[in-house]
Design a protein around this ligand. Sequence first.
Ligand SMILES: O=C(O)C1=C[C@@H](OP(=O)(O)O)[C@@H](O)[C@H](O)C1
Ligand SMILES: C=C(OP(=O)(O)O)C(=O)O
Length: 407
Amino acid sequence: MKFKVNHSSQNIKGALQITGSKSESNRLLIIESLFKNLEITNLSNSDDSQVMKKALTSNEVEVDIHHAGTAMRFLTAYFAVKEGRETVLTGSKRMQERPIKLLVEALRSMGAEITYEKNEGYPPIRIQGKKLQANSVSLQANISSQYISALMLIGASLPHGLTISLEGQVTSTPYILMTLEMLQRSGIQGSFEDNTITIEACSALSPKTIPVESDWSSASYFYSIAALCEEAEISLSNYRKESLQGDSCLAKIYKQFGVTTSFGENSIMLKKSKCSKPASISEDLRNSPDIAQTIAVTCLGLGVGCKLTGLHTLKIKETDRLVALKNEIEKLGGEVVISNDHLELLPATSLKENIEIATYNDHRMAMAFAPIALKTPVIIEDAMVVSKSYPDFYKDLESLNFTVQNA
Ligand SMILES: O=C(O)C1=C[C@@H](OP(=O)(O)O)[C@@H](O)[C@H](O)C1
Ligand SMILES: C=C(OP(=O)(O)O)C(=O)O
């Protein structure tokens, strides 16, 4: 399905309630399943959280997690400690190209029984659940923080807890801190100091209600909208100043485009009233890789140049996001240079109209490019990919007076 997205005004006002963070939700779903006694509120309605919920209650041998990276990685560790359960964990064609070897090797070194069904190092994998006795593990930390979070999430279920030694430069650190905080809020003790994570053993949790903050990566598209129009007042809930999500750095980054953020009790207000913009910006996104596409497209729309670094993880996400960004920005008339870990955009002088944006099975390609409609009408191919993290995306665009039509 293709959607043509358009907007006829440069003044945007509205209030939206965004679904819960899929990262926080998928951690809490695993903790609840292992230890019980958690009530989770504002759970994400994303496909990724739906597949996680379904997997955790499935009695089938084959568990298919589609495109959900967190589900693939967290469930690999989860099923490895499910004594007596045999699981074949699989996913979409792209998931079968996303590496899992570092996590499988770490779990095997702890005694887990995991074999590859097709290609060495990639899903699908067959897991024979066992009681693991190990209390320490080490792994390379510069490929995906999800491998580390996966080990942290099962750590407390092991008889002696788990000490994880991280090797090399740690990437996506806020997601590791989020996992630690989620464990601690649930009642599990742990620490992260000097590249060593310690998770204490725990046999039961006392009952708790844990609210999920809304998704900051989803909020990024409204930051982009605010930046791309002349005047904006957009209220988003449920957000907090003290966020566990690294993508909350958006508030600081978008100040450069004249978008201010004020924090209410449970919401944020994005305001834009003056058209100040820098000639170019430079950001290291090692800690917030999921907002790279949003920022690149905002800059394209504003005619601002950008140099985005720390993007080495983008090649193994839903698609090779660096290549996808280059292809689609160039279709609109932008000039981009990419390497394995950075992207440089030259300030664009004009944008082409009614360009069809390919989305590469990547929700963030669709959502990052839709706001450019404030500058030029755009057609989003395979538009419903957004449901991976944000099923209500187009409904929320319409509530801000965007027109979204079948193309
Ligand atoms: O742990 C998480 O919830 C996530 C970690 C990040 O992945 P990497 O650690 O692979 O960069 C991020 O890109 C992904 O969307 C969600
Ligand atoms: C990379 C992402 O997700 P995952 O790795 O969990 O599939 C994302 O949501 O941008």
